[in-house]
Design a protein around this ligand. Structure first.
Ligand SMILES: CC(C)(COP(=O)(O)OP(=O)(O)OC[C@H]1O[C@@H](n2cnc3c(N)ncnc32)[C@H](O)[C@@H]1OP(=O)(O)O)[C@@H](O)C(=O)NCCC(=O)NCCS
Length: 164
């Protein structure tokens, strides 16, 4: 897998994965374009043989001590081979570089695969937003990672997913 920072030029390929991965609650083109162009964001894409097969995004306002994992998605045919973990670690490495202490995310209560990934990276459930995902009526689980504490325990963990 090859990771590289995303740009607005990746919008169409990202949106086609976005719509396939999140039917019903995909972001709009306009929202994603804004994310990709934001100085507070950092998006990374995963390519295989020149084809975009995954992406992930972080929102970390400069100077703030917390950040959010905005999204992670992979094409169905490349899931389950460790790429999601590598993407997540790349986002966490960028958050660490920006001096972030805590990383937050929201995940659908009916998405056990993503929850397992986040739990295995040290995220803990800190709350629920009932019926947050509409029209599916599914709760959002809010998770938090103590990034600073994690780095102190495992100095190399945050670097493991750094972009190549
Ligand atoms: C969630 C997603 C990003 C994970 O990426 P992935 O490459 O498939 O996952 P990985 O291979 O890196 O596996 C990481 C962990 O996820 C969990 N996992 C992965 N596939 C799983 C499966 N089929 N069943 C249960 N758990 C699974 C495991 O805990 C795994 O760790 P392990 O391999 O040590 O057991 C990917 O499946 C995806 O794009 N899903 C659709 C979009 C989505 O739900 N995004 C998250 C929104 S919050």
């Amino acid at each position: 897998m090859t990771l590289r920072p995303a740009s607005v030029a990746d919008l169409d390929a990202i949106m086609s994965l976005e719509r396939a991965s999140f039917p019903g609650d995909a972001w709009s083109d306009a929202m994603m374009r804004e994310e990709l162009g934001s100085p507070h964001g950092w998006y990374v894409v995963d390519e295989e043989a020149g084809r975009l097969v995954g992406y992930g995004g972080l929102r970390a306002v400069r100077g703030a001590t917390d950040a959010d994992i905005q999204t992670i998605a992979l094409a169905p045919e490349v899931r389950g081979r460790g790429r999601g973990r590598t993407l997540l670690r790349a986002l966490l490495a960028e958050a660490a570089q920006r001096g972030v202490d805590d990383v937050f995310l929201e995940v659908r209560a009916d998405n056990p695969v993503a929850q397992a990934l986040y739990l295995s990276e040290g995220f803990l459930e800190v709350g629920r937003r009932p019926r947050y995902y509409q029209p599916d009526d599914v709760d959002a689980i809010v998770m938090k990672l103590d990034l600073r504490g994690r780095a102190a325990l495992e100095p190399s963990a945050a670097d493991a997913g750094a972009c190549t």
